[in-house]
Ligand binder design. Structure first.
Ligand SMILES: Nc1nc2c(c(=O)[nH]1)N[C@H]1C(S)=C(S)[C@@H](COP(=O)(O)O)O[C@H]1N2
Ligand SMILES: [Mo]
Length: 506
C-alpha cells in the first residue's frame, strides 16, 4: 500500500520539461554569444550522422529528402527533452538520479562538440552552461513539490506554477538576448571575413628562428595571441559605423571614417605586443604582422599644441589609456591597425581598428575598438588602469624567457638544445646569457630580427649530466644594459627578475 501523493506525476514531468527547455535555451544563447559555429544540439546531430552506417543514412535521406538535417536536429531535441522529462520524474524519488541523467546528456554533448573538426575549447562552455541550468532549475522547481510531499502545503502548487512561469520568462529573455547579441556578432564577423583589405600576407623573415623544437613560434598566429580586455563581451562594430575623432589640444579636429582611414597610405610591420601583467616567464606576449595607418602624420595634420604631452585614447566600450604624445609622433611605427597577420583584426583583438605602439605595454597604448583620441596633458587625465594603482607611463621592460625545456620536464642527458625568447621593443636585444645550476653566465646564440620592435629567439646547447638541473636566463639590450635579477611584481609597471626553470636529465 502506498500513500496517495500530494503531487501529481504531471507536475514532476513539467518540472523536468521546463528545466530541460531552460537549459537548452541557455546553451543555445551561449553558443550565439560566443559565435560558435554550432550549438551542442547541432553537434550531437552531426555526431549521429557520423555514427549512423552509410546505408541506413541513405535510406533515411531517401525517405525525408531535404528535410533530413532539420528532422535530425528536431529528433535530437525531442530525445533530449524526453530524457529531461524523465529526469523530472526521477526527481520525485531521488535527489541524485536526475543528476545522473544531466551528467550523461552533458557527456554526450561534450563528446559531440569536442569531436567537431573546428572544435575550440570555447565549445565546452555552452554544454556546461546547459547542464548547470538543468540542475539548478530542476531543483528550483521541485523544491515546492518536495515541500508539498512532506507537509501537504496548500500553497505549494501555486508556488510551483509561479516558479515554472518565472523560469520560462527568464529563459525566453535569455534566448532573445542571446539571439540578438549573437546575430550582431555573426553579422559583423561575416562583414569582417568578406573585407578585402589592401594588406599583405606576412612571410616570416629568414633567420629569425633558432629552430629549437617546442618553442613558441616567432610569429604568433591570431588564434593563439593572448587576449586582455575589461569588456565582458567584445564590442561588435561594423566598419561602416566606425568613426575616429581626434580632438583636444589641436588646431583642427579630425574625424575619420573607416574608408577614409584605409584610403590613406598603409604601413605594415612586425611588432611584439605584451601585457604589463605578464609575470616573469609568462605568456601574455605575442608577435604579429600588423597593417595600419601611421598616426604621426594624422596628428601633424590636426596640428598639435606645444603644451600637450599625452593622448587619451578611448575605446567603443569606454576603456581608456593615456599614451605619451612623443611615442606617437617620433619615428616608430605607432599605428591605427586594421589587420593582424594579413587578416582583418579579429573582433576580440579590436576590429575594426586598434592602436599599436611599439615599445609600450598594451595598457598604455594598444586600445582595441578605438574611437576617440584626445590630445591632452598627463596632468589633466586619469586613464582606466592608472586610476587603479598602475603606473602612468608603461614603457616595456627588458625580459627573457626559457621555453625549452619547460619547468618540471625531463630531458635526455647529454647534449641538449634549449631556447626561448627575449625582448625589449624599440631598444632591441643584443645578447642573451644562461646560467646552469648556479654557474657562470654563458652567452647563448640569438637569431636575427627585422628590427628592434620584435622579440628575439635565443638558443644554446647544454651538456647535461643525469640528475636535477636549474636553468636561468637574462638578456642584454642594444645599449649594453643587463637585465636585472631583482624580482619585482607586475604592479605598478611590469615584472622584473630572471626566469628560472627546474628540470631533470636522465
Ligand atoms: N578597449 C580595450 N582595449 C585594450 C584593453 C582593454 O581592456 N580594452 N586592454 C589593453 C591591454 S592591458 C593589453 S595588454 C592589450 C592586449 O591586446 P590583445 O588582447 O589584442 O592581445 O590591449 C589593450 N587594449
Ligand atoms: Mo595588459
Amino acid at each position: 500500500m502506498s500513500t496517495p501523493r500530494a503531487t501529481s506525476v504531471g507536475s514532476w514531468a513539467v518540472a523536468g520539461l521546463v528545466a530541460g527547455v531552460a537549459g537548452l535555451v541557455v546553451s543555445h544563447a551561449a553558443s550565439m554569444v560566443l559565435t560558435l559555429r554550432s550549438t551542442p544540439v547541432v553537434a550531437v546531430g552531426e555526431l549521429v550522422i557520423e555514427l549512423v552506417p552509410g546505408p541506413v543514412a541513405d535510406r533515411a535521406i531517401a525517405l525525408v529528402g531535404q528535410l533530413d538535417k532539420p528532422l535530425l536536429v528536431l529528433g535530437v531535441l525531442l530525445a533530449t527533452l524526453g530524457l529531461l522529462v524523465y529526469a523530472g520524474l526521477l526527481a520525485a524519488r531521488s535527489w541524485w538520479l536526475p543528476l545522473v541523467v544531466h551528467v550523461l546528456l552533458g557527456g554526450i554533448g561534450l563528446l559531440a562538440v569536442l569531436t567537431r573538426a573546428d572544435a575550440t575549447p570555447l565549445d565546452v562552455l555552452p554544454v556546461i552552461a546547459g547542464v548547470v541550468t538543468w540542475m539548478v532549475v530542476l531543483s528550483f522547481l521541485t523544491d515546492p513539490l518536495h515541500a508539498a510531499e512532506q507537509a501537504g502545503a496548500p500553497h505549494s502548487r501555486r508556488a510551483f506554477l509561479f516558479r515554472a512561469a518565472g523560469v520560462l520568462v527568464a529563459g525566453l529573455a535569455a534566448g532573445i538576448l542571446g539571439e540578438r547579441f549573437g546575430r550582431q556578432r555573426r553579422d559583423v564577423d561575416q562583414t569582417r571575413r568578406l573585407l578585402k583589405l589592401p594588406v599583405t600576407d606576412p612571410s616570416v623573415p629568414a633567420g629569425v628562428r633558432t629552430g629549437v623544437e617546442g618553442m613558441a613560434p616567432w610569429q604568433t598566429p591570431n588564434r593563439d595571441f593572448y587576449l586582455i580586455h575589461t569588456a565582458l563581451v567584445s564590442p561588435t562594430i561594423a566598419p561602416q559605423e566606425w568613426q575616429l575623432r581626434i580632438h583636444g589640444m589641436v588646431r583642427r579636429e579630425i574625424t575619420l571614417t573607416y574608408q577614409e582611414l584605409i584610403d590613406r597610405q598603409l604601413t605594415e610591420d612586425w611588432i611584439t605586443l605584451n601585457c604589463v601583467s605578464n609575470p616573469v616567464g609568462g605568456s601574455l606576449i605575442g608577435n604579429a604582422w600588423w597593417s595600419g595607418v601611421r598616426l604621426a602624420p594624422i596628428l601633424a595634420e590636426a596640428g598639435l599644441s606645444d603644451d600637450a604631452d599625452a593622448v587619451l585614447q578611448t575605446s567603443h566600450d569606454g576603456w581608456t589609456c593615456g599614451t605619451p604624445l612623443a611615442a606617437l609622433t617620433d619615428d616608430r611605427n605607432a599605428m591605427l591597425a586594421i589587420a593582424m597577420n594579413g587578416q582583418p583584426l579579429p573582433i576580440d583583438h579590436g576590429f575594426p581598428v586598434r592602436m599599436i605602439v611599439p615599445g609600450l605595454y598594451g595598457y598604455v597604448s594598444a586600445t582595441k575598438w578605438v574611437v576617440d583620441l584626445e590630445v591632452t596633458r598627463f596632468a589633466d587625465i586619469e586613464a582606466y588602469w592608472t586610476g587603479k594603482g598602475w603606473a602612468e607611463l608603461g614603457p616595456v621592460k627588458i625580459a627573457s624567457r626559457i621555453e625549452v625545456p619547460g619547468d618540471g620536464e625531463t630531458v635526455a642527458a647529454g647534449q641538449v638544445r634549449v631556447g626561448g625568447t627575449a625582448w625589449l621593443q624599440h631598444t632591441g636585444i643584443s645578447g642573451v646569457e644562461v646560467a646552469l645550476d648556479g654557474g657562470a653566465w654563458q652567452p647563448a646564440e640569438i637569431a636575427e630580427v627585422p628590427h628592434v620592435d620584435t622579440w628575439v629567439q635565443w638558443a644554446t646547447t647544454l651538456d647535461l649530466a643525469a640528475g636535477d638541473h636549474e636553468l636561468r636566463v637574462r638578456a642584454i639590450d642594444r645599449e649594453g644594459r643587463v637585465q636585472t635579477g631583482v624580482e619585482r611584481d607586475v604592479r605598478p609597471d611590469g615584472a622584473t627578475g630572471w626566469h628560472t626553470v627546474g628540470f631533470s636529465a636522465s
